[in-house]
Design a protein around this ligand. Structure first.
Ligand code: PMP
Length: 297
């Protein structure tokens, strides 16, 4: 059991995992009317730190707004609660999951009169994907702004990611690449993607519209510029994936994961590994320039 014997934060209190009970008429259980975050803490130079805590909490509140959730906690309280969960469980490298969800109050589609519950739990965690991933382009498309708000992390929308993941895994791959509704490259089920062109020192990543504009994507944009790369956000054709020198996924869970194979074509992963190393230096507080992203517990 993943969380057995651990402490969780629930509506303002630290409780034992076993003591939280969720009723079966929980609105979010039926319709996915929840929003969540995925955050990591790392054992860093000066102690354990939550990486870009403030940015994750901002996005969490933005996601809550999209579903009109009203909560009695401010951003700072949630930010402190996140650190508290890491602290009380004596975690170092961990994955932290804040979730806000419509709970009791009926199962009509307008949830605004329902209660909103907020929970935060954390688990010890190392790598999410393998060191290098084998990926495949799947048949499910990423929703655009006509379907949802792609900038919000809304629970129900992740069924799309689950279907994509099942398709990729059942085909024998580690992870999926999803296109948008116009056939351009969008992202992975839980990662953004970069294409690398070494001669021109150019990195390309899909524009906003059908992607979650990830916090890691932003971090990596900084690191690529520091490495002398020009970072371009634009629509990316599927063909371009196959002529790029390298591809890699980025995300809180995936960190920087080089892609070594896409549908039978193999890729060099040397630059991706370099970016991974640079990323790990940042999260561990070994890059002075970005120390301000670490929120020590
Ligand atoms: N895209 C999707 C669909 C995601 O779920 C995630 C993970 N939150 C990402 C991209 C990467 O975002 P971040 O770097 O903020 O974790």
């Amino acid at each position: 059991l993943l969380l057995y014997n651990m402490k969780v934060w629930f509506n303002g209190q630290i409780l034992d995992y076993e003591d939280v009970r969720i009723p079966i008429d929980t609105h979010a259980l039926h319709y996915g009317s929840s929003v969540f975050e995925g955050i990591r803490s790392y054992k860093a130079k000066k102690g354990v730190a939550v990486f870009r805590n403030e940015d994750h909490v901002k996005r969490f509140f933005y996601s809550m707004q999209t579903l009109r959730m009203k909560i009695k906690f401010d951003e700072n309280t949630i930010r402190e609660a996140i650190k508290e969960v890491v602290r009380v469980n004596n975690l170092e490298d961990s994955y932290i999951r804040p979730i806000a969800f419509y709970s009791k109050g009926g199962i009509g589609l307008d949830p605004r009169k329902n209660e909103v519950d907020i929970a935060i739990f954390a688990i010890p965690w190392g790598k999410y994907l393998k060191e290098e991933a084998r990926v495949t382009i799947v048949s499910y498309a990423r929703p655009n702004t006509l379907i949802t708000n792609p900038k919000a992390k809304i629970g129900g929308m992740y069924v799309n990611s689950i279907l994509a993941t099942l398709e990729a895994k059942e085909r024998g791959f580690d992870e999926a690449i999803m296109l948008d509704l116009n056939g351009f490259v969008a992202e992975g089920p839980g990662e953004n993607i970069f294409l690398i062109y070494k001669d021109s020192k150019t990195a390309v990543t899909p524009i906003e519209g059908s992607i979650l504009p990830g916090i890691t994507r932003d971090t990596v944009k900084h690191l690529l510029r520091d490495l002398g790369y020009n970072v371009i956000e634009r629509n990316v054709l599927v063909d371009e994936l196959f002529i790029a020198d390298e591809l890699f996924f980025v995300g809180t869970a995936a960190e920087v994961t080089p892609i070594k194979e896409l549908d039978g074509q193999t890729f060099d992963t040397s630059f991706g590994k370099k970016v991974y190393e640079e990323y790990m230096k940042v999260v561990r507080g070994e890059n002075k320039k970005y120390e301000y992203w670490l929120d020590y517990i």
